[in-house]
Design a protein around this ligand. Structure first.
Ligand SMILES: Nc1nc2c(ncn2[C@@H]2O[C@H](COP(=O)(O)OP(=O)(O)OP(=O)(O)O)[C@@H](O)[C@H]2O)c(=O)[nH]1
Length: 627
């Protein structure tokens, strides 16, 4: 306890002590007064008792000695009178004897001043026979004996009274201390300890046995009320704190649960998003495995027994079933749910994407798709979650349980739509990918056809003029870069007009095709090009071919065409004239110049009698001119 608290306690005690002291004084005075009254009363009683005893003693003495003294006075016998008087004076308690005769004679023994003595007894002595008074006898009692006797009797009483009163006072004081002062102390301490932060540890205030309407009672009542109020407030506060703590704990539990759920959900979402990402990277033919992996992960995580994603058939694909089963069970081969064959799965559920529970599999028709599914997969209950994509009914996800007692939890029912969302996205993506692939293939085919049409000659199926021009430019650049020679041969069918005229255009076309096919055989290397560049005019572009090889090759072409056996109407074989040119890669000529060179050589071949080969070199080259 601090110094300040001690001072406070002392001050409190000081404030209450005068009450106790006043009570002590009152008790002391009442006790003293009571004792005094008792002693005085007792002394009075004793005094009267002693004095009356003395009087009785004197009276009895007179009774004893009176007759003899009366007889002696009647007989006037002085001796006897004196003897009797001496005898009387010698008696205890008698300090003086006075006898006065009618004649005035006076006999005295001992104390003579009897008038002042309160304890004297006088009696007239009367002769029994004559009834004459013969004298007056006065006996003087011993006052000192009375006082000493009084003292001897009152003193013990006085002492006893003092002891008794003191004892009573002590007892009263003890009781007062016990009942009042100690309680005052207790109240003081109680008051001091009466603080809000330790109110529950403060002992109950002392209780008085009797109801005393004084300030202590008021104080006590006040303290009790105060403590009661404070305790009540404290209890209410504790209840509130407890309730608050309980609410906080509950809140913490809920937060933890929600956090757990959120973590679980986010983990699940993470898994799904990873799966979704994975699907994008999967080749088309592996989408099924990817989806079944997702179903497996979902089933294992949530503790289901089977997950089946049924994707309805459409114009592109037949019905697809993606399955995961805990024990590896498979579905019957002829299992078909179909877009409209769903048992009990109402139109409403399908249209509104709402979950449909099939709690009792036994209620299903034996032949329906769900019954087959449950039987094959040994399931007791199903939940069906339809899924759409772009307002198109895409399919249904079935989540099956083996035990009829296992329930679908709220958390699961929050997660499953995510799986459904993923399924619908994956399947839609899969189908879109397939459709896209088909479209792409068609486009590629169309493009290829177009490219073919753009670069190929429709009649002869070899390169056309456009492709030839590109090839010529390309190969001239390459020849320049690699410093390699490039051979260009222009071929023109001789007297083809006659042939046409003789056999018709159809036969002419056939001849052109056959010639083109021969040319294609001589342009098999990479970079070689056989093209139809005019009506009956062809070109051969052969990289890495020098003049010697070129001449030999042109000769073989000429012979090969003759060997086709195409004959003019006069029996002569259908021949071609060839004009060639060599580009060494060094000359600075354009494709048009190069082509013109070959054309000039062809012109010379025609003029030279046809069915022959003329090959020219660049005019600025080392061997320019016609060979
Ligand atoms: N059947 C057919 N004939 C064609 C085609 N293109 C051009 N011709 C014909 O080829 C002939 C070319 O005749 P000309 O230019 O007079 O030359 P030529 O008769 O071959 O005589 P020279 O070239 O001088 O030997 C024409 O009759 C054309 O009708 C074609 O695609 N099909």
């Amino acid at each position: 306890m601090s110094g300040n608290s001690s001072t406070k306690l002392s001050r409190l005690k000081r404030n209450f002590q005068p009450i106790a002291k006043r009570l002590n004084k009152v008790l002391l005075r009442i006790g003293g007064l009571f004792m005094l009254i008792l002693i005085v009363a007792y002394a009075g009683i004793v005094y009267f008792d002693i004095s009356s005893g003395l009087r009785t003693h004197l009276s009895n003495t007179v009774q004893d000695h009176g007759p003899r003294l009366t007889a002696a006075l009647w007989d006037i016998d002085p001796t006897t009178i004196n003897e009797e008087l001496d005898a009387l004076a010698a008696l205890p308690g008698i300090v003086g004897v006075v006898l006065i005769t009618p004649s005035g004679a006076r006999y005295e023994r001992g104390l003579s001043n009897w008038v002042e003595n309160k304890f004297s007894y006088s009696v007239a002595l009367v002769h029994k026979n004559s009834s004459n008074t013969v004298g007056t006898l006065s006996l003087i009692g011993d006052a000192s004996a009375v006082w000493s006797q009084l003292l001897s009797r009152v003193l013990p009483f006085f002492i006893a009274q003092i002891i008794l009163v003191l004892g009573i006072l002590l007892v009263l004081q003890w009781l007062l201390r016990r009942v009042v002062v100690r309680r005052l102390d207790a109240l003081t301490i109680h008051t001091h300890l009466l603080q809000a932060n330790r109110i529950e540890k403060v002992p109950a205030p002392p209780a008085f046995a009797t109801v005393v309407q004084d300030e202590l009672d008021c104080l006590l009542e006040g303290f009790s009320s105060l403590q009661g109020n404070v305790l009540k407030n404290e209890q209410e506060r504790e209840q509130l704190i407890r309730a608050l703590a309980e609410s906080r704990d509950q809140l913490e539990i809920e937060v933890a649960q929600r956090t757990g759920e959120t973590l679980y959900l986010s983990g699940f979402l993470h898994m799904l998003s990873k799966d979704a990402q994975r699907y994008l990277d999967l080749p088309l033919d592996q989408a099924q495995f990817g989806l079944e992996e997702t179903l497996a992960q979902t089933g294992v995580l949530l503790g289901f027994d089977a997950l089946v994603a049924v994707c309805f058939s459409d114009e592109i694909l037949p019905e697809e079933v993606y399955l995961w089963h805990k024990e590896g069970r498979k579905l019957r081969a002829d299992f078909v749910l179909g877009r409209r064959a769903l048992y009990k799965l109402s139109e409403y559920n399908l249209n509104h994407q709402s979950v449909f529970f099939i709690d009792t599999v036994d209620e299903l028709d034996a032949g329906c798709g769900e019954a087959v599914l449950c039987r094959d997969l040994n399931l007791a209950k199903l939940v069906a979650l339809p899924f759409n994509f772009n307002a198109e009914r895409l399919g249904v996800l079935f989540v099956g349980l083996k035990s009829p007692h296992r329930q679908y939890s709220k958390l699961e029912m929050r997660i499953l739509p995510m799986v459904v969302g993923l399924c619908s996205n994956v399947l839609a993506h899969h189908r879109q990918q397939l459709a896209l692939q088909e479209a792409k293939e068609a486009l590629l085919a169309a493009n290829a056809k177009l490219a073919l049409q753009a670069n190929h000659d429709g009649l002869t199926d070899i390169a056309n003029r456009r492709a030839f021009d590109e090839s010529l430019l390309q190969e001239m650049r390459r020849a320049t870069r690699s410093d390699q020679s490039l051979l260009l041969i222009i071929l023109d069918v001789d007297f083809f007009k006659q042939y046409n005229d003789s056999y018709g255009h159809g036969e002419g076309d056939i001849a052109l095709k056959k010639i083109a096919a021969i040319l294609a055989q001589f342009a098999e290397r990479a970079g070689d090009c056989a093209a139809r560049i005019g009506g009956e005019e062809f070109a051969l572009l052969l990289p890495h071919t020098d003049i010697r090889i070129g001449k030999s090759l042109a000769e073989r072409v000429r012979l090969a065409i003759i060997k086709l056996g195409l004959l003019q109407a006069d029996g002569q074989p259908l021949t071609v004239s060839q004009g060639g040119a060599i580009f060494s890669g060094e000359e600075e000529v354009s494709p048009a110049d190069f082509l013109r060179m070959a054309d000039q050589a062809l012109y010379r071949a025609k003029n030279g009698g046809r069915n022959q080969v003329c090959i020219a070199k660049m005019p600025n080259g080392p061997s320019a001119g016609i060979l």
